[in-house]
Design a protein. Structure first.
Length: 217
């Protein structure tokens, strides 16, 4: 139990290192007061340029992958190892904790980003096949609809669906991770959902290929 708690806490603290807020501080800006107000790579791209957005993406992806791919299986000297049952929960717990840290960062007043890049990184640290499912779902939805937020939700749901389609009984912790992460990603996009329902959500027209062929609508 101690190993699970300590590693989940460490993963949360890693997640609290939000790339856009850390880089913005170096530039003397708070990205949450600019553009869409979201502390993520997309808003960084709109307000600070491609190089800054790429750096933020690498940071947010990297911390997710470190939490599930490095921290979770890492043997820490002096830390009592979890028993077999709890050991299977280390990766899911670290994955959820690092995403929660990004969304509610300790270092930045619990006001972070939407968690998509960190979720993608966490999935990458777990299983490259799940990453592929997420990316394909994201691309499909954003091309068909032009809505990045909807595509992000679809990508998260795709990960949970693929985990469930495998042997869910053998991976209850991983399935719980997929479902809870998808719910959290959906929740962080609640404003986007509201704007989509109201017809005011902007579309990513460079990605909305079908929309470009039809013209604005």
């Amino acid at each position: 139990m101690i190993e699970l708690i300590v590693k989940a806490l460490l993963a949360y603290l890693i997640g609290s290192l939000v790339g856009s807020l850390a880089l913005g501080k170096l530039r003397g800006v708070d990205i949450r007061t600019m553009g869409s107000g979201n502390a993520g790579a997309t808003n960084m791209l709109r307000t600070q340029g491609k190089a800054a957005a790429f750096a933020v993406l690498l940071i947010d992806l990297g911390k997710g992958a470190v939490a599930t791919g490095v921290l979770a299986p890492l043997a820490i000297a002096g830390l009592p190892a979890a028993g077999p049952a709890l050991h299977a929960l280390l990766i899911p717990a670290c994955g959820l904790a690092v995403i929660a840290g990004h969304v509610y960062p300790l270092w930045y007043g619990f006001r972070g980003g939407k968690g998509v890049a960190t979720f993608l990184g966490a999935v990458l640290g777990i299983d490259a096949g799940l990453t592929l499912a997420m990316v394909l779902a994201w691309l499909t939805v954003v091309i068909l609809s032009g809505f990045v937020g909807l595509a992000s939700i679809a990508g998260a749901v795709a990960v949970a669906a693929v985990i469930a389609a495998r042997r869910p009984a053998a991976h209850p912790g991983l399935l719980a991770f997929g479902i809870l992460a998808a719910l959290l990603i959906t929740y962080t996009h609640r404003a986007n959902i509201g704007r989509m329902l109201a017809g005011t959500e902007p579309r990513a027209r460079r990605l909305w290929l079908l929309g470009l062929r039809r013209g604005p609508g």
